[in-house]
Write a protein that binds this ligand. Sequence first.
Ligand code: GRF
Length: 192
Amino acid sequence: MKKLGLGILGSGKGSNCRAILEQISAGKLLAEVRLVVSDVFDAGILDIAREFRVPNIYLPAGNFRTRLEPKVEVELVRLLQEAEVELVVLAGFMRVLKEPMLAAFPRRIINIHPSLLPKFPGIEAWKQALVAGEKITGCSVHYVDAGIDSGEIIAQRKVAVVPGETPESLHERIQIAERALYPEVIAKFCEA
Ligand code: GRF
């Protein structure tokens, strides 16, 4: 059976990336991570890629804060295409993708976000949910479009807010839910 080629983009510790790689290693996900890309030189996600012997690259973002410099984004497309990536998986990637990536991978870029979208897009979504007094929050996997966490929702998992909850404790349980949900969603792309 043919494996689905994944490219994982992240800026942080990479726990979702690890969960995906573990599922692949366990033979539970018919996919192959063909490239891990980070815009942060010392991001944990790059260490995880090395640990799993997956091709990886640090891609300096250039002179922008929230997006990639256009020529860098064009280079990112080239790298992913050269690696024969079929599905781009954002796992804590802190840059907004623009036209070069969106045009090169239509409905082939997905993201995981720590809230039940459309509620609480943007940063520290678990904190936003707590401040708003939500009783239930969770995580969402969605297609990436030109907006911020606004693309079509593919799947969600609920997480209850418990008495005495802190932002940290809530975030931790949402991340546990993320690490279960993301590989399940990717498995559906493998079957398609
Ligand atoms: C996740 O919590 C995800 O919801 C958000 O970024 C975080 C990445 O965590 N988009 P990790 O780097 O996968 O541990």
